[in-house]
Design a protein around this ligand. Structure first.
Ligand SMILES: NC(=O)c1ccc[n+]([C@@H]2O[C@H](COP(=O)([O-])OP(=O)(O)OC[C@H]3O[C@@H](n4cnc5c(N)ncnc54)[C@H](OP(=O)(O)O)[C@@H]3O)[C@@H](O)[C@H]2O)c1
Length: 284
């Protein structure tokens, strides 16, 4: 059984009135912003590029009549999540989507170490802090929903994306753990574990991707699964590879993943944006 378009307002009743989305300036986070605005959620949109967030806020506010607030911040900065929690104190956020994240590809020893550590800070540390802050508030309200992002590459080691896959394995395990703890408190936690999704993610990571799911499809699958499952694998490729690899021993899965990731190393590999010199300062 899934949440159908007809009972989408049930989602709003269950998790509304406000949703906070990180990584909302692009890709999957932006896809969630559109779908949640469509359902009437007021939004708090978080990412580094405040100007992009403001354009999205204007668009969604005009189209759907919802209130949209933007917070431009670099979530890899250890000061960011505490500031975000303080800026949202007193707002009834019943829904959190933690989509901010980035990846890298290529041999581990060729990676820029500062960027790899920055990835761990963003993909793991900020997700734990954000979940802790909002899950506590949701527990007090006895309701809420938290959507975190694993990945198809997060179920075992992945040569040529070793750090990225490990960050996604961390989130997968973390989501499963807190999902079980939070369920009795009326709070649903979901790990979304897609295969390739057609966003700017691949170009930023220096990857080349073939067939990809769309951000809208990922958001739709996640909204349908929230409260019903702990993990959703949106897209045919994520399901197919997940099921077929489940037959293999773990070392076999690592080997297959290594072949896949090696084939995804872009010819014109541009470095990821983890340390973006132009990242804007935090603003309300
Ligand atoms: N695309 C895929 O193929 C794929 C597959 C599996 C899992 N995922 C996961 O899905 C999530 C979303 O990916 P996506 O494809 O939507 O990526 P994307 O298109 O590159 O978008 C990433 C978002 O995160 C924000 N962001 C990046 N660094 C940030 C920072 N330091 N502080 C705050 N915001 C930051 C970016 O905005 P600013 O640049 O404005 O900060 C952007 O809004 C990620 O966790 C990713 O690991 C993606």
């Amino acid at each position: 059984m899934t949440n159908t378009p007809d009972d989408q307002s049930a989602l709003m009743r269950r998790f509304g009135p406000a949703a906070l989305i990180t990584g909302a300036s692009d890709g999957i986070g932006r896809g969630f912003a559109v779908q949640l605005a469509e359902q009437g959620f007021d939004l708090i949109l978080v990412a580094r590029r405040g100007d992009v967030l403001q354009d999205i806020a204007l668009d969604l506010g005009t189209r759907f009549g919802v209130n949209v607030r933007t917070l431009a911040m670099d979530l890899s900065d250890p000061a960011a999540v505490p500031e975000l929690l303080s800026l949202t104190e007193g707002t009834s956020v019943g829904f959190v989507v933690a989509a901010a994240g980035f990846g890298s590809i290529g041999p581990f020893l060729d990676q820029d170490m500062a960027s790899e550590i920055n990835m761990v800070d963003l993909n793991c540390r900020s997700v734990v802090e954000l979940s802790y802050g909002f899950a506590n508030r949701m527990k007090a309200e006895r309701r809420g929903g938290i959507v975190l992002f694993g990945s198809l590459v997060g179920f075992n080691g992945a040569p040529f994306a070793a750090t990225y896959a490990a960050t996604k394995g961390f989130v997968q395990s973390f989501a499963e753990g807190i999902a079980a703890e939070m369920r009795p408190h009326g709070v649903s936690v979901l790990s979304v574990a897609p295969g390739p999704v057609g966003t700017g993610f691949a170009a930023r990571a220096g990857m080349q991707m073939g067939k990809a799911a769309t951000p809208d499809m990922v958001a739709r699958s996640a909204l349908a699964a929230l409260g019903r499952r702990t993990t959703v694998r949106p897209g045919f490729l994520a399901k197919f590879l997940g099921w077929s690899m489940a037959m293999l021993p773990r070392w076999g899965r690592v080997r297959v993943m290594g072949v896949i990731m090696k084939g995804m190393i872009g010819k014109d590999k541009s470095r990821n944006p983890g340390r973006d010199a132009n990242a804007p300062a935090t603003s309300g």
